[in-house]
Design a protein around this ligand. Structure first.
Ligand SMILES: *[C@@H]1O[C@H](CO)[C@@H](O)[C@H](O)[C@H]1NC(C)=O
Ligand SMILES: *[C@@H]1O[C@H](CO)[C@@H](O)[C@H](O)[C@H]1NC(C)=O
Length: 399
């Protein structure tokens, strides 16, 4: 699909929705009361362990804690502490690595692509006035933008984790009532296959079309609702530059994943910092009060500002997300001149069908290590049979 418009990446974005617990407890809670709860719950600093307590995970988060102690703005610093405590300790992990990549059922990909082409939008020329300070006046230039058409299509509200000018704001295609929910329900066995736990689906966002010049800062999602999540890559324009999803895993790698249309990326979205949106589920019996719990876990010294220190990269907190402004691509592990890039692993879709690629697999061949292959290892924790039903794979099929 060629649009004459650069950089369009199209994703199905689905989220579990819970209304009950989103109030911000920190407001109206005195610091003394908060600390009383902190001690009552047995929290300590430095942390005695992390969740999971792997060397790589501890390396990622200990570095972040050093950075957050040097963020000047008090609000930003507290928000950063909340995000990092959730990721490091308070939220549980459900899988070994926190992410996996597989192929979506073809009939669902097709259905989504059809909907996309029907409603995506029309190219429209707008006039833009460019003025300079020299007093030379202004020039009017023409620029092509994409305007959404069709029912249930709108420009995304401004979200602070997406840094974009108005013309670059993603377009959200909700589709007909129930359409997204149907897909969420249909794909649930695949998410349970990956995570090995029983899940409860809820609201599906729709297809999000990213456009030239937008980005999505690294963040974790709200722990009360976004636990087991997925990104469905629907399609992209031929002129779109490859735009990887970045996801950190429990072994300390930064995975840079180039999805192909029809790929699905599973990930634990309230644990693993990632840049780009998603499909969300939560486990049955999941504790939805966890958002409050995180406030109690922040140690007392969050309010002490440390001086900038050589060797500790500057961090900027933007709402619930962060960036490292002095590193290329706003993340030091994506900057090949930075030592953190030693932990970068790059993956290219299309993903294999009926298997879930993850950390430890060969990133080029997308095959599991030999010793796992011999046991027919498919990369999932749960039983594959229902997922394979959805995929239309029978036992006789050669994978
Ligand atoms: C959490 O991650 C650790 C480290 O990879 C792993 O050993 C553990 O099994 C994971 N927990 C679950 C419930 O999968
Ligand atoms: C995309 O955005 C970048 C940054 O603003 C700009 O330099 C580039 O020209 C844009 N691409 C096109 C083809 O419009």
């Amino acid at each position: 699909m060629t649009t004459q418009l650069p950089f369009i990446i199209l994703l199905l974005v689905v989220a579990l929705h819970v209304n009950c617990c989103n109030h911000h407890l920190a407001m109206g809670l005195s610091e003394d009361d908060r600390m009383a709860e902190y001690h009552k719950r047995g929290y300590v600093w430095p942390l005695e362990r992390m969740v999971p307590d792997t060397p790589g995970w501890k390396r990622i988060l200990n570095r972040r804690f050093e950075q957050i102690e040097r963020v000047q703005n008090t609000n930003d610093r507290y928000n950063g502490w909340l995000a990092f405590m959730a990721s490091a300790l308070v939220a549980s992990n459900y899988t070994e690595n926190g992410w996996g990549l597989t192929r979506a059922p073809e009939h669902i990909t097709k259905r989504l692509q059809e909907r996309l082409y029907m409603t995506l939008g029309v190219a429209k020329k707008i006039e833009k006035e460019l003025c300079d300070d020299s007093g030379e006046g202004c020039v009017v230039s023409e620029e092509e933008v994409l305007e959404p058409i069709g029912w249930g299509t709108r420009k995304e509200h401004f979200i602070n984790v997406i840094e974009a000018e108005d013309h670059a704001r993603p377009i959200m295609i909700h589709g007909e009532d129930g359409e997204n929910d149907d897909i969420l329900r249909e794909m649930q066995p695949m998410f349970e296959w990956w995570s090995g736990i029983e899940l409860r689906p809820s609201i599906a966002y729709g297809i999000r079309a990213y456009r030239n010049d937008s980005n999505l800062l690294m963040h974790v999602d709200k722990s009360s609702t976004h636990v087991i999540s997925g990104i469905f890559h629907v399609d992209r324009s031929d002129d779109a530059e490859p735009w990887p999803i970045v996801i950190e895993d429990f072994q300390g790698n930064t995975n840079q994943v180039y999805l192909a249309p029809g790929d699905v990326l599973f990930y634990e979205s309230s644990k693993c910092f990632h840049g780009r949106p998603q499909k969300h589920y939560r486990p049955v019996n999941h504790n939805q009060d966890i958002n409050n719990e995180i406030h109690y876990a922040v140690p007392k010294h969050w309010n002490k500002l440390k001086q900038p220190t050589n060797g500790i990269d500057e961090m900027v907190v933007v709402g619930t997300s962060f960036k490292e402004p002095n590193c290329k691509n706003l993340l030091c592990s994506l900057d090949e001149t930075h030592e953190q890039s030693g932990h970068l692993v790059t993956w290219h879709g299309p993903a294999p069908r009926g298997k879930i690629v993850t950390t430890g697999w060969d990133p080029v061949m997308m095959t599991p290590p030999k010793e796992w292959e011999e046991e027919n290892y498919d990369g999932a924790k749960g039983d594959a049979s229902e997922a394979w039903n959805v995929l239309g794979i029978t036992v006789e099929d050669e994978l």
